[in-house]
Design a binder for this molecule. Structure first.
Ligand code: AMP
Length: 289
């Protein structure tokens, strides 16, 4: 496995491999790898000749009061893990390499999907995401890029950018990897004290209760949202940022639950902001509902 910290050699080798007819799968990450990240690399390994993993804590997607400075980092450990799942190239540039002092180009998906949920709570976040992701695509030339359903809104926004800009590549979303007790793996879980870690379980529990309501026949998005909110608000140690029940493909509001549905929430546990979601295909309600 090769580790590149400079753009030029990473881009040169990617262009060369592409010219040779090799398929490239890219797994963009901010490092501090866990089984969730590795599941994306495993899938990329199965589907491509070459697997590139980027490891870059992107300053552009953090707000001024957010955790950019304290975000956990361990490049050596990450590289060992990446190698163990068959990654061929790690791209781990510095901030200056990606955004030199005179950097001035930004890529923005406007409207709907970027304005709600995490876009509302974290202004400028998705502008940072789409800018870095497009740069990573141009540097590593992937046929396919692998994203986790954990960041469902990110996947919707990136897919929209790829569609709108006619990028000749595919976005693949992979299922959320969870701890045995249901907590979605996240690099930010390391911030949680044992007590907060226990409080955090309300998040997957509340979303699962929302899913259960739907499975029992509820088709009113407002009622499902209220039930998730009720559970979160009555759970100790949890401050709700948002709860949404929306169309899983567009994040638009739904008058009635049908087709691709996303139950999504963000909460604060102490100072740590956690997001989680459940996506499901909802059949029209029958008389048996
Ligand atoms: P991050 O390093 O948090 O930016 O995440 C990099 C990629 O890994 C994103 O596409 C995430 O959605 C994905 N990811 C993070 N956590 C998980 C998880 N628990 N299960 C599956 N994918 C994940």
């Amino acid at each position: 496995m090769h580790v590149f910290t400079s753009i030029k050699p990473m881009q040169e080798i990617s262009l060369k491999l592409k010219a040779e007819g090799k398929t490239i799968g890219l797994v963009p990450t901010m490092g501090y790898l866990h089984e969730g990240h590795l599941s994306l690399a495993v899938r990329a390994r199965q589907e491509n000749d070459i697997v590139v993993m980027s490891n870059f804590v992107n300053p552009l997607q953090f707000g001024p009061k957010e955790d950019f400075a304290t975000y956990p980092r361990d490049l050596d450990r990450d590289n060992k893990q990446a190698e163990s799942v068959g990654v061929d190239y790690v791209f781990a540039p510095s901030g200056e390499e990606m955004y030199p002092e005179d950097y001035s180009t930004y890529v923005e998906v406007k409207g709907g999907a970027t304005e709600k949920m995490c876009g509302r709570s974290r202004p400028g976040h998705f502008l940072g995401v789409t800018t870095v992701v497009l740069k990573l695509f141009l540097i590593t030339q992937p046929n396919c890029a692998y994203f986790g359903q954990k960041d469902a809104q990110q996947a919707v926004v990136v897919r929209k950018m790829v569609e709108d800009l006619n990028l000749p590549m595919e976005i693949v979303t992979c299922p959320i990897v969870r701890e045995k007790d249901g907590l979605a793996l996240s690099s930010r879980n390391t911030y949680l004290s044992p007590e907060e870690r226990a409080y955090a379980l309300a998040l997957p529990r509340a979303l699962a209760a929302g899913r259960q309501l739907i499975q029992h026949g509820e088709r009113n998005p407002g009622r499902v949202r209220e039930e998730i909110l009720r559970i979160l608000e009555s759970s100790p140690g949890i401050r709700v940022d948002y709860v949404e029940v929306v169309d899983g493909r567009t994040l638009d509001e739904l008058p009635v639950l049908r087709g691709s549905v996303l139950l999504s929430a963000a909460v604060f546990v102490g100072k740590t902001r956690l997001i989680d979601n459940i996506d499901l295909e909802v059949a029209p309600c029958t008389a048996a509902c």
